[in-house]
Design a binder for this molecule. Structure first.
Ligand SMILES: [Zn+2]
Length: 268
């Protein structure tokens, strides 16, 4: 998909308000022609829904603030941090900085809005934006930087590593609202504000099964490829498919509208 500029730079005279009232495809095309906005937004011929031009700077600053927060609390702690703890750190540590009202509004919107308009039809898994995951509910999995929920999830993972071997590793476990939000925001950022694209490749913050049970696995040493369809070609996946106690939540053409995720283990 290529960005095309059909409008001249005389569009500079337009105010943000005027631009915001334009039809989506029109203003996205215009935005692609305005270098001072440094927006990667790109018009296309699909029916994909995009974040509005007015919300883009907020999305960028939110993405940057959450990145600073992650660096401050550390990779592991960031998986479970609650929104209340997040706001506390942001207020008290100038390196992170307090969230702006616009950022808070965007957080609330991403948590509460119905994502079916973007093509995501999964079930809501988290009712409270201030959800707390207690340390006693989870167990740390050594050398992974991740936690699993005690009980079925931990039992399934333990069985899996026994049946498949040590080349199978946990790549993502428990994720509370803020971690899921940060992944969602990063995804929207990386796809230039395309909410449709973002939502089918990453569950919105209130809709992740990582907040209640599921986990991701991969092949040791495979890095980012573990989160591509290539994982379905590995011995680890083929062996996993044969195991009766394991399910793959997002199969090909699943009803949730989510892309095929062979790495995402469904905990029932
Ligand atoms: Zn997953």
């Amino acid at each position: 998909m290529a960005c095309e500029s059909r409008y001249s730079l005389t569009i500079f005279i337009f105010s943000f308000d005027i631009i915001a009232t334009m039809k989506r495809r029109e203003f996205l095309t215009i935005s692609a022609s305005l270098p001072f906005l440094s927006m990667p937004l790109c018009a296309d011929d699909s029916d994909d829904i995009y974040l509005s031009l007015n919300d883009w700077p907020t999305l960028v600053s939110l993405h940057e603030r959450l990145t600073r927060l992650r660096k401050y609390v550390g990779y592991m702690g960031f998986n479970t941090i609650s929104l209340d703890e997040t706001l506390f750190y942001a207020r008290n540590y100038p390196k992170i900085g307090a969230f702006t009202q616009n950022e808070m509004d965007l957080i609330e919107r991403f948590f509460h809005e119905d994502p079916s308009k973007y093509g995501f039809f999964g079930k809501r898994t988290c009712e409270s934006i201030t959800n707390v995951i207690a340390q006693k509910e989870i167990v740390k999995i050594p050398y992974t930087g991740h936690f699993l929920f005690k009980g079925k999830a931990h039992e399934d993972y333990t069985k899996l590593t026994k049946d498949i071997g040590t080349t199978l590793v946990l790549t993502s476990g428990v994720r509370n609202v803020v971690k899921q939000l940060s992944l969602y925001v990063a995804k929207i950022h990386s796809v230039g504000g395309n909410m449709t694209k973002a939502s089918i490749s990453l569950a919105p913050p209130a809709y992740s099964y990582h907040s209640v049970s599921d986990f991701d696995v991969g092949r040791k040493g495979w890095g980012h490829k573990n989160f591509t369809a290539d994982f379905a070609t590995t011995d680890e996946f083929l062996k996993m498919k044969e195991l009766k106690y394991i399910g793959i939540r997002y199969t090909r053409n699943n009803r949730d509208g989510v892309r095929f995720e062979p790495w995402h283990v469904e905990v029932i």
